[in-house]
Design a protein around this ligand. Structure first.
Ligand code: FES
Ligand code: FES
Length: 161
């Protein structure tokens, strides 16, 4: 095992683990970033979603070997990664009162952040496509969609001002 260097929430970290160790295991265990959740461990639920070079990926099936030298962002670092999008999402999530139990929500927010960074004015179809891998046992899907539209509106208003 040789150390792997990566950028994590804006700082350089060194991790020593087997190359096939899932990123989620390292984040929650070694690095103590527990905002990213474990759900299924098989890329089926989206609870473990983080950004890898700005793209939403499932941490439970992303091996350490694939993240060396790359930029990983977790929910703890979203504001530093993209303050405009993070603030728009935070405000919209509160405005729409999205959260029920909360377990899935960090994954939902990371997928929504990746979507809005790439597509600041998504349609319903865009939202459904981007969010389809993020499951919510509490059924907050309609509120998530409404909140993403609300966040997009805030981002649009930002740009106009
Ligand atoms: S824990 Fe990774 S997708 Fe479910
Ligand atoms: S808010 Fe409970 S699982 Fe999504």
């Amino acid at each position: 095992m040789s150390p792997t260097m990566l950028r994590l929430n804006g700082r350089t970290v060194e991790v020593t683990a087997e190359p096939d160790t899932p990123l989620l295991w390292l984040l929650r265990g070694e690095l103590k970033l527990t905002g990213t959740k474990f759900g299924c461990g098989m890329a089926l639920c989206g609870a473990c979603t983080v950004l890898l070079d700005g793209v939403a990926v499932r941490g439970c099936v992303t091996p350490l070997a694939s993240v060396g030298g790359r930029e990983v962002t977790t929910i703890e670092g979203l504001r530093e990664h993209n303050a405009r999008v993070a603030e728009a999402l935070r405000a919209a999530w509160l405005e729409v009162d999205v959260v029920q139990c909360g377990y899935c929500q960090s994954g939902q927010l990371m997928s929504a952040a990746a979507l809005l960074a790439a597509n600041p004015q998504p349609t319903d179809a865009d939202i459904d496509a981007a969010m389809e891998g993020n499951l919510c046992r509490c059924g907050t899907y309609p509120r998530i969609r409404a909140a993403i539209h609300a966040a997009a509106k805030r981002l649009g208003a930002d740009r106009a001002s």
